[in-house]
Write a protein that binds this ligand. Sequence first.
Ligand code: NDP
Length: 248
Amino acid sequence: MTQHDIPPVALVTGGSRGIGRAAVLRLARDGYDVAFCHTPSGAEAAAQLEKEVGELGRRARAHQADVTRPDDMRALVESVQEDLGPIDVLVTSAGIVRDNPLVLMTDQEWHDVIDTNLSGTYHICRAVVFAMMKRRRGCVVNIASVAGVHGHASQTNYSASKAGIIGFSKALAKEVGKYGIRVNVIAPGFIETDMTAALSGSARTDAVANIPLGRFGRPEEVADMVGYLASAEYVSGAVLQIDGGIVI
Ligand code: NDP
């Protein structure tokens, strides 16, 4: 890149920790200036990540913004566009779990997961895609889960939210392909992050027993797929599983 080139810009939701954090670093290494959002609890991790991206020679901007709030997502996108420039790549990684068997699930657990994972994906895509259409270019990578493909017991809320992301993304890929925008999904299996840290004892042993590669994945391995999709100019509407060959 020469000094006259404008660096591409990526926006990552849920960038403060886990898979989103690894995606921020991967995109920065690939030459992107990167903005990301998090909740108030992620402020310290976000500040540390901004510093790490800066050390890679790229601009980073951490924003406290809640994906469940459409106004937050609109303000986030406006701020990133003014500050860093038009958004080339959007990665939606913000997500939560609230596991319970269906008969014990509370309405709150259901709505929290659907609002964050599925509606959160809608809110940020809604805020970003029109500007991409006007530029006739853009790339969206939505993080779903193998739970959205196969279903996981005690995760009806989570599985429904992730299956919803897959349907949403396929429909959007068909809608905006003619504007040069690619929309793809990554469906990870078990990845070593805070989200899976609570899995211990027999739950973890049983999970690993179902993974032919015999281990949980690393966030960086998912981020490699993000980097691939950001540059894969003829891939759209795909659901790429990264799960160690998991047998459900
Ligand atoms: P983590 O729990 O490690 O990180 C979640 C991230 O999402 C954090 O940055 C968190 O911010 C952010 N976040 C949560 N709620 C909101 C919100 N309302 N608004 C903005 N940001 C929010 O999760 P993972 O990295 O493990 O998961 C990332 C994605 O990958 C999720 O969508 C998850 O469902 C999916 N996934 C994960 C798998 C795994 O095994 N880990 C497997 C399959 C899919 P803060 O730091 O402020 O809390």
